[in-house]
Each structure stands twice: as C-alpha cells, then as structure tokens.
Design a protein around this ligand. Sequence first.
Ligand SMILES: CC(C)(COP(=O)(O)OP(=O)(O)OC[C@H]1O[C@@H](n2cnc3c(N)ncnc32)[C@H](O)[C@@H]1OP(=O)(O)O)[C@@H](O)C(=O)NCCC(=O)NCCSC(=O)C[C@H](O)C(=O)O
Ligand SMILES: [Mg+2]
Length: 290
Amino acid sequence: MENQMARPTRSVLYIPGSKERALEKAQGLACDAIIFDLEDAVAIEEKEHARSLLAMTLAGADYGSRMKIVRINGLDTKWGAEDIATFARAIKDGAKVDAILIPKVSTPADLDAVARMIPDVPLWAMMETALGMLNANLIAAHPRLEGMVMGTNDLAKELQSRFRPDRLPMQAGLGLCLLAAKAHGKIIVDGVYNAFKDDEGLKVECDQGRDMGFDGKTLIHPAQLAVCNAAFAPSEAEIDLAKRQIAAFEEAEAAGQGVAVVDGKIVENLHIVTARQILAKAEAIAALGS
Ligand SMILES: CC(C)(COP(=O)(O)OP(=O)(O)OC[C@H]1O[C@@H](n2cnc3c(N)ncnc32)[C@H](O)[C@@H]1OP(=O)(O)O)[C@@H](O)C(=O)NCCC(=O)NCCSC(=O)C[C@H](O)C(=O)O
Ligand SMILES: [Mg+2]
C-alpha cells in the first residue's frame, strides 16, 4: 500500500512504441502511468524501429510525474534480449524509465532471467498465463517485483473463455493475482477493456476492478482516461465518510470507547486505517493536479 499512497496508478495507458504521434501526445495526457509497448502492440516488421524510437524518446521527452514503464518482448522471442540490452544502456545514459514490464510471466524464474540482465530497475510482471495465475504468490514475492498487470486478453486466449460483462471466467485468475499482490505489498492493475468507444461498458468494468481492490486499470486509448481516473479515485462521498469516521472514532476514543457508530454502522480501529488510506490517496491525486 505504501507505493500506491506515494504514487497513484489509477490509469495506466499502453502506447505502441512504434507510434511517434501517440508517444508525443502522451506527454500531455491525464494518465498516472504509461506502458511503452514493444510487445503485442508492435508489428513484427516494426520491432527494431520501435525499440530505437522508444529509447531515443525516453532519453529526451518530458512525461512529468507519469510513471514510465517499458514492456519488452519475452526472452523466448528474437527481440527480448536486445530490448533489455538497449534499455539497460539507455537507463545508464540517463533515459527516464521507472520499470521494465515482462510479458507472460509464468514462474519466478522468468523474473530472475531479466533481473540478471538489467540491475537496479524495478520489474513489473504481466499476469496473463494459466501457469502465472497458479504461481501468482511466488511471482509476487520476488524481491525485484514492484507491480503486476493483468493481461486479460492473453488469459482469455489460454482459457478459451468468452467475454462476459461480469467477467465471470476471469474471476479466479483476477482473485489469485489480487490476493498475491496484496499479500506481498505490490501494486496491481487490472486488464484492458477492448471496446474503447464503449464508455458505459468501460465504467462497469472499472467499477468492478475498483470494488475488487485493484489499484487502477490498464487502458488502450486516451478516450478511456476520464472514466478510469474517476472510478479509481476516492469519491466525494467516500472522502466525506472517511473524515466523519475519523472524527467519530477520535471522539469515542477520548471517551474511553473502542467503537464509534457512523451512519448506523460500527467504526473500529481497522476502519480508521482504511479511512486514512482514502484520504492519503485523495491527497496524492490532488497533488497531481488531474
Ligand atoms: C486502438 C488504436 C489502434 C486506435 O488508434 P487510432 O485509430 O489512431 O485512434 P484515434 O484516431 O481515435 O486517436 C485519436 C488520437 O489519440 C492518439 N492515440 C490513440 N491511441 C493512443 C494511445 N494508446 N496513447 C496515446 N495516444 C493515443 C492518436 O495518436 C490520435 O492523436 P491525434 O493525432 O492528436 O488526434 C490505438 O489507440 C492503439 O494503438 N492503442 C494501443 C493498443 C495497444 O497498446 N495494445 C496492446 C496492449 S493491450 C494488451 O495486449 C494487454 C495484455 O497484454 C493482454 O493480453 O490483455
Ligand atoms: Mg498480453
């Protein structure tokens, strides 16, 4: 929870590393984090171009406080090793990269392999294989891991499941990864909503992810930012309730009581922890100015 307090990750926008205009536009978009993608969003014939364009962009462009995450190709592809070598060099030379995101992580050994090749940079894991779901606890425990990203498209492909607005087929995987991330204090963001012109469907999925406890959601288009930022920020009602709970609890404590009652519901010490987290998150978002 510490990471999340310090740096909101409500909206995490994918940008194909090959798209110069999108790379430029993102410097002014209201996203908390960016995944600069070299993997599935980049066509095979553009892989090398995307890698060098991205390394050059991250050496010079100003993405402000947005977290900058580079998604490499897997080490089982012909581009993975050179992606890592390029960004290890670029970071050494001053390129601003906050984390390297590894696709299709199935075991902690997948993280070890990259960790050996690029020291000192936090690693993030795409959680998108059936084996990855089953190993989520071991993956989340990895000392170099900072964050997890649900890859619901690849997971659906492996499961041979069908899209449902309630995401019933995804629930086991989402739940396992969420439990693992929370148990080990890592950031975890939800998968993408493919229908980028369907704001209503996006809102339903954002609300579900927020209700479950995700720290934010990955997105594929700038048009999805506003809905997502709103869904993952504390609402006015939540902020108001948190303040009233803290005040009521402090009053109860001063009177020698361990429990207060607000809006007909009990408030104990543990609820105050949540209330303070809500206020801290609201403050961190306000400090971003978006
Ligand atoms: C989905 C898109 C291909 C749509 O692109 P396009 O037709 O160009 O959209 P628009 O014309 O509506 O774009 C309007 C302007 O916005 C800019 N733009 C578009 N997308 C982005 C973006 N992602 N980031 C920044 N800026 C963006 C355009 O340049 C236009 O700008 P302007 O010229 O000023 O008008 C496209 O959105 C896209 O490629 N999205 C990303 C797709 C992607 O990254 N996919 C891979 C990740 S999903 C995944 O695989 C997750 C996981 O691994 C899993 O398994 O689930
Ligand atoms: Mg994927």
